[in-house]
Design a binder for this molecule. Sequence first.
Ligand SMILES: NC(=O)c1ccc[n+]([C@@H]2O[C@H](COP(=O)([O-])OP(=O)(O)OC[C@H]3O[C@@H](n4cnc5c(N)ncnc54)[C@H](OP(=O)(O)O)[C@@H]3O)[C@@H](O)[C@H]2O)c1
Length: 290
Amino acid sequence: MSDVSEDKLVVVTGAAGMLGSALMALAPKSVRAVGVDIAEGDLSTQEGITSALGPYIPEVVIHCAGYTDVEGATNQPELANRHNAVATENVARFCAEVGARLVYISTDYVFNGMKGEPYTEEDRPNPINAYGRSKLAGEQAAQEITPDCLIVRTQWLFGLLGRNFVEAIIRRARQGGKLQVITDEVASPTYSQDLGGALWEIVARPVSGIVHITNSGYCSRAELARVALDAAGLADVPITEITSADWDSPTQRPAFSVLDNRRWQQLGFTPLQPWQEAVGEYVQSCLAVR
Ligand SMILES: NC(=O)c1ccc[n+]([C@@H]2O[C@H](COP(=O)([O-])OP(=O)(O)OC[C@H]3O[C@@H](n4cnc5c(N)ncnc54)[C@H](OP(=O)(O)O)[C@@H]3O)[C@@H](O)[C@H]2O)c1
């Protein structure tokens, strides 16, 4: 039985961003999807909640809004905390008040990346950077205020309307820049279109708790760059492989943060397409030179 009844209202926050915009574009006909972003109100403030969400009594809020600049979060942890933790707390309170179901989008960066095998939903989070800590605080607020919420963790998103690694590598290669790519960060690249479709599927069912959703398979940043360049017809562009120790960044990132999609499959959902196919699809439809 569907948990989202005909013509019921679903509010998508962060609707101008990479995932939110994909969700809006993919909204099924059976729901009325309304997108809000920072222009409608800053969700980290009560005034913002009132102006952005106040006009609605939704059945579901898919909360994609967030501070997603991982390096920026290291420099300004309080800003990341405001937009990821405080805003989520506010959105959760709004959901509790109006009786809406909260779906919060979270990240593999809640893990330290040292497990050595894919992380399941039962694994204990232990973030190693400010972004991960702020997203984990968001998860905790969501679970505390709206115990029946759904938390969807994903990783390495690429897609339209957002800064992403695949687009950046191809742009740099086309500009003739030198490509140095890290080999010792491994995860599952995930296409915003594929995740968007998956989110609408899971929102239609009464699932709560934590679910990891990514494209199938995993790779290092260097492997991702290679596949992206090949898909863009730039197979002859050389890549210099380096390790994270050679990369001058104050932000520590998890080394192996692959998310196990076991629960997604146990719930009867079809695994998302392999990341290589998703990259090919994205490059052809969004980044091809015509
Ligand atoms: N990108 C990834 O690789 C990745 C991986 C795992 C999980 N996630 C999570 O997935 C979600 C969507 O990511 P995304 O890449 O689609 O993000 P995005 O492209 O950066 O979009 C996020 C949107 O939220 C808005 N926003 C930020 N703070 C807000 C606030 N306080 N009130 C209202 N709007 C606010 C942003 O506006 P401004 O641009 O004006 O700030 C932006 O339009 C995020 O929660 C992120 O943490 C992302």
